[in-house]
Structure formats: structure tokens, C-alpha cells
Ligand binder design. Structure first.
Ligand SMILES: *Cc1c(COP(=O)(O)O)cnc(C)c1O
Length: 340
């Protein structure tokens, strides 16, 4: 029994999802003629109470498109030092948009409105880059699946309005935050100018992300997506998986969260674990006490049992629970941990 906890992106489509894909009605989406893609875009826009949406092949492309929408070359965006847009998008912020990142020293990927306001360059001081965008991530990936306090996000929105900054949410795992905090998508739709959400993480789709925004923003995003090479043809087969996931796979995220919390409790009870970061959703980040066991040794002991996790560097290890991590695997894994 292979247990793969390296990410929630390792899931494979369920029988129900595959059936939805196989029976999808499709057309050519580059001509905006794919009924399934159009239906997905309308559905997501409606969920968030936003005007329009656009289907993308990846979350990286949705974020990069949003950054391109909201900035001009030479400008600067503000984000936490852990942000995916800064750390894990291949330097796309500078490559695609010619923009620099002002990194904030937050807690588990989250910052305060004061930190944001203090980081804005004075617009009349032409020696420094013009600050034009604030990027938020919820849940935070490198921050261990932490969920924001929505009140802080409202305060940051007020700072953005006061200083004329654009406001983007990288919501790759926003679904996890909505379930964990019992919030609704419309609360987020009312806060941000653009939101990117992933269908290929906890929701279990093989491919797909969606960018949300105003009609005008999404119309401009269509051109940028084309430039980035993200126009797809019969992508309705993929959009159908997305529609299926939105209808069937959101509330079940609570099961992933429960399993993650149980793994966290088990880890915390082991004498060779130095630290387990707080667990709010499906991500578990922890450190091994190297006096007892090296993290390489821990990893290889698990790998011998066909259990796979990932290193995040700086001595941190990560596991992510997901749809394909079954109850049976979970019980076996907890038992295995006890016996290491
Ligand atoms: C996964 C992820 C993305 C997008 O990743 P893709 O692999 O390009 O789909 C963006 N932001 C965060 C926080 C993520 O975890």
C-alpha cells in the first residue's frame, strides 16, 4: 500500500469525476465555444458573487496573469516572505511582469495591515519602485495551511483603497480555509479585486485553476492568458471535472483536516519530534530532533514502508492529507509512526 503525502496534488480522478469528464459536452474554448468551460466559469463567478471568471491550466498561470493585470514593469508588489508567488513560481513575477517583491516578515505566511502600510513606497519618491499591488495567500502553503482572520484582510483592503493599490488573493487552497473557518466564498469575493483558486489541489481534479474578477479584468486576463500560452481547445473535459469537484468535493475537505490533526497529535507524542507547527487544515509541517534521528533517516524509514513525505528545507518536513489518503492508509500510518 503506497501512501503518498507529499502533496494534495497527487490525487487521481474518482469514478464519478471520470464519468463527468467522459460525458462532457465540449467545443473550442479559444473561440469561447466550449459549453462546459463556460458553465464552470459562470458557476465559480456566481459562487463568489464576482462578475466573471476564466479557466486556466495552472494556479501559477492564474497568479501570474493577475500580477500582469495589476502592474506595470518597474513596479513593486507586497507579499509575505513565504508567498508562493515569490518562492515557487520560477521568478515569474520578474520574468513575466518586470515587477519586484517587497517581502514582509509575517507569521506563518500572514501579515498585519500595519506591516502592509509601512511597506508602501511613497508614490512621489521616484527613486524607489512604485508600489501597486498587495498579494495575499489563503491558506498559506509554506505557512503550513494557516487560515487568515478575515477581519485583518478587511483592514488590508482599507489600506489598499487608501493608497490606490490593487488587491489579489492567491486562493489555491481557499476551499480549505472556507471549510475550516466556516466562511463563504462571497465574503472573499467582496474583498478582493482578483482571486485565483485551484481545482487540482484538495478538490481532486487532474488539472485546472480559475481566476475571478470584474468583467473588465477578466476580459484583459483573456489576452494575457493567450500570451502566456494558456488558451486551450476542448478543455471542457477538464472543466467538467471542476464542476463535479465543486459539487462533490468541498465539504469532504473536513475529513482531510481531521486526519491532519490526528497525525499532528501522534507526531507531537513522539520523542524524536522537535516541533509540530499548528495544524488548521490539511498541511502538517514539523521538525525532527536531530539528536535522536536525522530527518533523512526518518524519511528513509518511512520510504521503506512505502510512505512518502517531502522536505521543505531548513530541517522542516511536510505532509499533506488529501482525497486519496484513505481511512485504511490513515490507520496504518498512525500505527507505523508509533513503532518507528
Ligand atoms: C499550488 C499553489 C499554487 C499554484 O500551483 P500550480 O502547481 O501552478 O497549479 C499557487 N499558490 C499556492 C499557495 C499553491 O499552493
Amino acid at each position: 500500500m503506497k501512501i503518498n503525502l507529499i502533496s494534495d496534488t497527487v490525487t487521481k480522478p474518482t469514478a464519478g469525476m471520470l464519468n463527468a469528464m467522459m460525458t462532457a459536452e465540449v467545443g473550442d474554448d479559444v473561440f469561447k465555444n466550449d459549453p462546459s468551460v463556460n458553465a464552470l466559469e459562470e458557476k465559480v463567478a456566481k459562487m463568489f458573487g464576482m462578475e466573471a471568471a476564466l479557466f486556466f491550466p495552472s494556479g501559477t498561470m492564474t497568479n501570474q496573469t493577475a500580477i500582469k493585470l495589476h502592474t506595470q514593469p518597474g513596479e513593486q508588489l507586497i507579499c509575505d516572505k513565504y508567498a508562493h508567488v515569490f518562492n515557487y513560481e520560477g521568478g515569474g513575477v520578474s520574468f513575466n511582469s518586470g515587477v519586484s517583491c517587497r517581502l514582509l516578515d509575517g507569521q506563518r505566511g500572514m501579515v498585519t495591515s500595519k506591516q502592509v502600510e509601512d511597506a508602501i513606497n511613497p508614490p512621489d519618491f521616484y527613486h524607489s519602485p512604485l508600489t501597486s499591488l498587495v498579494c495575499i495567500e489563503n491558506t498559506t502553503n509554506k505557512g503550513g495551511g494557516a487560515c487568515w482572520d478575515i477581519e485583518e484582510l478587511k483592514k488590508i483592503k482599507a489600506v489598499c483603497e487608501k493608497h490606490g493599490l490593487h488587491y489579489h488573493l492567491d486562493g489555491a487552497r481557499l476551499w480549505n480555509a472556507l471549510v475550516a473557518k466556516k466562511e463563504g466564498p462571497k465574503q472573499y469575493g467582496a474583498l478582493f479585486e482578483t482571486i485565483s483558486v485551484c481545482l487540482s489541489k484538495g478538490l481532486g481534479c487532474p488539472v485546472g485553476s480559475v481566476l475571478l474578477g470584474s468583467k473588465e479584468n477578466i476580459n484583459d486576463a483573456l489576452r494575457i492568458r493567450k500570451i502566456f500560452g494558456g488558451g486551450m481547445r476542448q478543455s471542457g473535459f477538464l472543466a467538467a471535472a471542476g464542476i463535479y469537484a465543486l459539487d462533490n468535493h468541498i465539504t469532504r475537505l473536513a475529513e482531510d483536516h481531521k486526519k491532519a490533526a490526528e497525525i499532528g497529535t501522534e507526531l507531537a507524542s513522539l520523542n524524536f519530534i522537535k516541533k509540530v507547527e499548528p495544524i488548521e487544515t490539511n498541511i502538517i509541517i514539523f521538525e525532527i530532533d536531530e539528536d535522536f534521528m536525522s530527518s533523512e533517516n526518518f524519511n528513509s524509514k518511512l520510504a521503506e514502508k512505502d510512505i512518502h513525505i517531502i522536505s521543505m528545507g531548513q530541517g522542516k518536513l511536510r505532509m499533506v492529507t488529501h482525497m486519496d489518503y484513505t481511512d485504511e492508509m490513515h490507520n496504518y500510518f498512525l500505527k507505523t509512526l508509533k513503532r518507528l
